[in-house]
Ligand binder design. Structure first.
Ligand code: DGT
Ligand code: CA
Ligand code: CA
Length: 574
């Protein structure tokens, strides 16, 4: 599914169209198309193939042609045309956090700022604060944004982009070329939050034909190398994809080797050496006779060195080998263990779907319950709810519950942890809800001590049962705020508050490392919530499970893997 990627192009079109001072109506139209495609429940490339692009709301003939052109060639004429009209450096400026198109344009028009360097200089000289609509806070924000940009590892790409891309390649190759077996390996198989490049392995009796198809896929921007055994391409989004063809009998050895991690494989090789064996991408060999003793399946590779099969997500040489030797690997949580999604937004606040539609999707996903947790009033930009509107929402949920029983919709809220640590409502008002989550949505530039105390204070409300997206970052766009996570974890332990693994592929917050610490040091429990604002977003649960497995979590660590009865008991406990 390439929806996010195509949506991104339309966001770009909207921004550039505004910068180029086209009719403002156009920018708004592009924006609308971007939002629609981003939230499309089906792959945009399927609609393209079926000639049904104009069935998407807001997509006319012109936009449909742009989508087709992009899917077929990897570029959009209009986008290139706009780029030519705008100085390159201005394109760079527009990406600085806090800036965006409109402000970049003001800076260009008033101070003649065209580059990141001159922006930095002007901000340091205090020239920006006096411009209309800027002020000191934004000037500081720009400097911080520039710093963040420098620190960000912009080369790695979010799994939320890489995995769907890899899957669409697998689908196409399966459909249109003679593959017998095919597997995504590397860091994607290990479900790392960010990916360097995509590694795919295939078995085929006609490698040439597979490679021909691979290098001519719609998403190929250019071919780096093409061979019979290995080819590499660069996708239109500048993601490298390596495809290797291996012999059927060597498939297990190859996927074990190319799944990595490198650190894990180094340890595996050492273990083999101790047994007078040698492991490489072709199999396990007896060092004396050079005879191959395992290669066809991954299980056989591990077995040959006395280990059980190890789940890819924990192959990082961070303790898994030692436990595997003792036969004590934990049974990691799985996607099918999840019984409900308890962080969801509906049309009542800033979601795209009704509560009923979210419930239908939950049933499709095999869940037994959900919690609708729309934003609370302080979050004006997200259409946050007053107590009165929450009461209306509660009524609707009660009605739906009669319809959907035994499936159950819990009536929840995602509260705002305000700048002073208070939340939107009093404990008494919060009695209205079945479950209250709370998270920081504003004042993210405060200093560490303040932010930490805000979260700690939020946990002092009896009703608050979970802290959402504890670090507040958005992958590739916004850095985490500064917070003393250990203090937060300590308080959560004391108060019996859950921490969230936000499964949205744009967040993955907590990440694997922090979630593992939360469990191992502080014995915390988790909720894995998608924070979905549409039925499509609910499918992001698998990324949350990826994080959870990488954090070594089991079913019993995660509240929304509890049965409906257990979950009800849990939320009734306070
Ligand atoms: P990435 O692409 O940076 O997100 O991370 P990976 O783990 O996918 O790394 P990549 O694509 O360089 O290589 C894929 C796997 O192949 C890697 O996890 C382990 C294996 N591999 C690659 N190069 C080496 C190597 O020099 N030594 C060993 N032992 N394994 C390697
Ligand atoms: Ca890789
Ligand atoms: Ca690679």
């Amino acid at each position: 599914m390439r929806n996010k990627e195509v949506a991104q192009k339309f966001y770009e079109l909207a921004g550039l169209s505004e910068l180029a001072e086209e009719n403002p109506f156009k920018a708004r139209a592009y924006l609308k198309v971007a939002q629609q495609i981003e939230n499309l429940p089906v792959p945009v490339e399927d609609l393209a193939r079926e000639g049904k692009l104009t069935s998407i709301k807001g997509v006319g003939k012109a936009s449909a042609n742009k989508i087709l052109q992009y899917l077929n060639t990897g570029h959009i004429d209009k986008l290139e045309e706009l780029k030519k009209k705008i100085p390159e450096s201005l394109l760079e400026l527009e990406k600085v956090p806090e800036l965006g198109v409109r402000r970049a344009k003001i800076l260009f028009d008033t101070l003649g700022i065209q580059s990141v360097e001159s922006l930095k200089k002007a901000a340091m000289q205090g020239k920006i604060r006096n411009l209309p609509g800027f002020g000191e806070k934004i000037e500081k924000g720009i400097l911080k944004g520039l710093e963040d940009m420098k620190n960000r590892q912009s080369e790695r790409i979010s799994i939320g982009i890489a995995l769907p891309l890899a899957e669409s390649i697998v689908d196409e190759l399966k459909k249109y070329s003679p593959v017998e077996k095919i597997k995504i390996c590397g860091s994607i198989r290990r479900m790392k939050g960010t990916i360097g490049d995509i590694d795919i392995l295939v078995v085929s009796n006609n490698p040439v034909s597979v490679m021909d198809k691979f290098v001519s896929l719609g998403m190929v921007k250019n071919v780096i190398v093409k061979g019979e055994k290995k080819s590499s391409i660069l996708s239109t989004e500048n993601i490298q994809v390596d495809l290797r063809v291996v012999q059927r009998e060597l498939f297990g050895a190859a996927i074990q080797y190319f799944t990595g991690s490198k650190e894990h494989n180094i340890r595996i090789r050492e273990l083999a050496n101790k047994r007078n064996l040698k492991i490489n991408e072709y199999g396990v060999f007896d060092l004396n006779t050079n005879k191959c003793i395992a290669s066809e399946t991954e299980e056989s590779i591990y077995e040959s060195i006395g280990l059980p099969w190890i789940p890819p997500e924990i192959r990082e040489d961070s303790g898994e080998i030692e436990l595997a030797i003792e036969g004590k690997l934990p049974k990691l949580i799985e996607l099918t263990d999840i019984r409900g999604d308890i962080h969801l937004h509906s049309l009542y606040s800033d979601g795209m779907n009704s509560i009923e539609e979210m419930a239908q999707q939950a049933l499709q996903l095999g869940y037994n319950y959900i919690a609708i947790t729309d934003h609370a009033r302080a979050l004006g930009v997200a259409n946050g709810l007053s107590i009165e509107r929450y009461k209306d929402e509660k009524k609707e949920i009660e009605q739906l519950n009669r319809k959907f029983a035994p499936f159950k919709i819990f009536f929840g809220t995602e509260l705002n942890i305000l700048s002073d640590g208070r939340i939107d409502f009093s404990d008494e008002e919060l009695n209205l809800f079945d479950i209250c989550l709370a998270g920081i949505h504003s004042g993210m530039n405060q200093e560490k001590g303040k932010i930490t105390n805000r979260i700690i204070n939020a946990m002092s409300y009896n009703s608050v049962r979970a802290i959402t997206h504890p670090l507040g970052g958005i992958i590739g766009r916004r850095n985490n705020y500064d917070v003393d996570l250990d203090s937060v974890f300590k308080e959560a332990q004391k108060r019996d508050v859950l921490v969230e693994i936000n499964a949205s592929s744009q967040r993955l917050d907590l990440n694997d490392i922090n979630a593992r610490r939360a469990k191992e040091i502080y014995n915390l429990k988790f909720e894995i919530g998608t924070d979905a604002h549409s039925i499509d977003g609910m499918k992001d649960m698998r990324y949350g499970i990826g994080v959870a497995r990488r954090a070594w979590l089991t079913k019993s660590d995660v509240i929304n893997a509890f049965s409906l009865e257990e979950f009800e008991e849990f939320i009734g406990k306070r």
